[in-house]
Design a binder for this molecule. Structure first.
Ligand SMILES: Cc1cc2nc3c(=O)[nH]c(=O)nc-3n(C[C@H](O)[C@H](O)[C@H](O)COP(=O)(O)O)c2cc1C
Length: 470
């Protein structure tokens, strides 16, 4: 929005209108209205007022002599009297008597308490300084007196009961207090929490068998596209893969990795996550975590040439990377499930670019009516995924990309490249369309098998940027 430069003045500073009272050397009480007031210390409790020094206010003169004042808070029903105390001077008349206000001596300082005001602070002057036109006077609060009518049962002043007068200097008028709109600190803390992001590198490779290329790819990606840095990098063994257990090759290695990822998630408690694999199964605990954080209000966009929908029973290869999406849907080894924070339901799922599925995987998708877009459909309209998320009414989205969704002629740094894939351009457009209409809370980039020498690819730079800017 266009900005306009304003003339220098003290601009838009609504404050509670206060009435400050003091005794003159003869012991006569005077009071004037102030808008320049602030709380200036919690311990000890102090308030600071600013009074025009050049115009010689009587109340300022008096308080500087007695080293004390009382700060009173009028109610909106006393707006006339408060305004009057701000336009007449005690040098001319007995202002307080004129409006029927009475005073009693404060108990802790030499200053008058105005009996009619519902809240009064007895203050001893501890500091004064003159800046520009005004003398700032800081008083340490020595006693607080309140009408019971403005307090709750815990002795807290309730603003709705006090009904303070709000002065609007910009328009020279008074306002009443509006409704409560939000809880202080909690509202900001909730936003702070929602912005907590974790970039994690999980070079888990065992889900794909003996090949270490995705392990090396994870480090190469971190080095070349994340400026060598991530919030966490999970330590993965490169020793021989552990044997098949419960139908899963590398069971112990994968379990160990899941435990480490969970430790990291529990330590950092992220509300957004960017995961760099590793194999296709590396980000499953991260997606499960996000699903828990957003209480199931999260679409899972699974962009992959494969289904990853086998179970330990149905998989002939025993390779876990062919089972990871089914695991995210809550069907895998019970011990693994303990490390997946939550399970998604099939309605959350949108699969994109799948083209090499086992019969069992096809059956699962058909039975559960999984939303699916083919490469050709997405090439024709990259906005389909964003539209489907909207139609399903999910606010948040987790995006998983297995790079083998791309056509090998476009991108080959992935171990299981499949023909007839997506173009890089379409993939980036799909992501931009999603980002434009949904809250992307998680992004997993998997199955990269580039080396340290593979640098400066604008496409991978764009993917890294997408993840870093979640
Ligand atoms: C709404 C309102 C706010 C005011 N705020 C201040 C203020 O912050 N500082 C100040 O020096 N005078 C302020 N004044 C002006 C004084 O209250 C005014 O000059 C008063 O007549 C001084 O009285 P006294 O000579 O009896 O002390 C304000 C007046 C009004 C009506």
């Amino acid at each position: 929005m266009a900005k306009k430069e304003l003339k220098l003045r003290s601009v838009v500073a609504p404050t509670e209108t206060v009435v400050v009272s003091a005794y003159d050397p003869a012991g006569k009480a005077d009071a004037c209205t102030l808008a320049f007031y602030m709380v200036s210390s919690h311990v000890p409790p102090c308030v600071t007022i600013a009074i025009n020094a050049t115009q010689k206010r009587k109340t300022l003169k008096d308080m500087l002599e007695t080293k004390a004042f009382v700060l009173g808070f009028p109610s909106i029903s006393q707006v006339k009297e408060a305004d009057y105390l701000g336009v007449e001077s005690g040098y001319n008349t007995d202002k307080l008597a004129n409006i029927g206000f009475t005073t009693s001596p404060a108990q802790t300082v030499h200053a008058p308490v105005i009996n009619e005001l519902p809240l009064s602070l007895e203050c001893e002057i501890v500091h004064t300084v003159t800046v520009g036109s005004h003398t700032q006077v800081t008083g340490e609060v020595k006693r607080i007196l309140a009408d019971e009518s403005v307090l709750n049962e815990k002795g807290r002043v309730i603003l709705e009961k006090l009904q303070p007068i709000i002065y609007n200097e910009e328009e020279m008028c008074y306002h009443t207090l509006g409704e409560k709109v939000a809880d202080a600190f909690r509202t900001g803390a909730a936003l702070k929490k929602s912005l907590e992001k974790l970039t994690i590198v999980i070079p888990q490779w065992q889900g794909g068998g003996q090949d270490l290329c995705t392990y090396e790819g994870a480090f190469a990606f971190r080095e070349n596209y994340l400026a060598g840095a991530a919030d966490a990098t999970v330590e993965i063994s490169t020793a021989d893969i552990s044997p098949v257990r419960d139908g899963i090759l590398g069971y112990d290695d994968i379990l160990e990795c899941m435990q480490q990822v969970n430790k990291e998630l529990q330590k950092q408690e992220p509300s957004r996550i960017f995961t760099v694999g590793g194999g296709c199964d590396a980000d499953t605990p991260c997606a499960a975590w996000m699903n828990k954080v957003y209480d199931g209000d999260m679409a899972v966009v699974y962009i992959d040439s494969h289904g990853d929908l086998n179970t330990p029973e149905s998989s002939e290869s025993h390779l876990y990377y062919g089972m990871s999406l089914r695991a995210l849907a809550g069907e895998t080894a019970p011990e693994f499930l303990e490390h997946l924070a939550s399970a998604i339901i099939p309605a959350q799922l949108i699969t994109c670019g799948a083209r090499n599925l086992d019969p069992g995987e096809l059956q699962y998708k058909a039975e559960h009516q999984v939303t699916d877009f083919t490469v050709a459909e997405l090439e024709a309209d990259p906005g389909l995924v964003a539209a489907a998320i909207k139609e399903k009414e999910y606010q948040n989205v987790y995006i998983h990309i297995d790079l083998d969704v791309l056509d090998p002629a476009e991108f080959s740094l992935t171990p299981l490249a499949e023909p007839d894939g997506m173009t890089k351009d379409t993939l980036l457009k799909v992501l931009q369309e999603i980002k434009a209409s949904a809250n992307v809370v998680g992004f997993g980039l998997l199955e990269y098998s580039g080396t340290m020498e593979d640098r400066n690819d604008p496409f991978l730079e764009a993917l890294a940027k997408f993840g870093m800017e979640l």
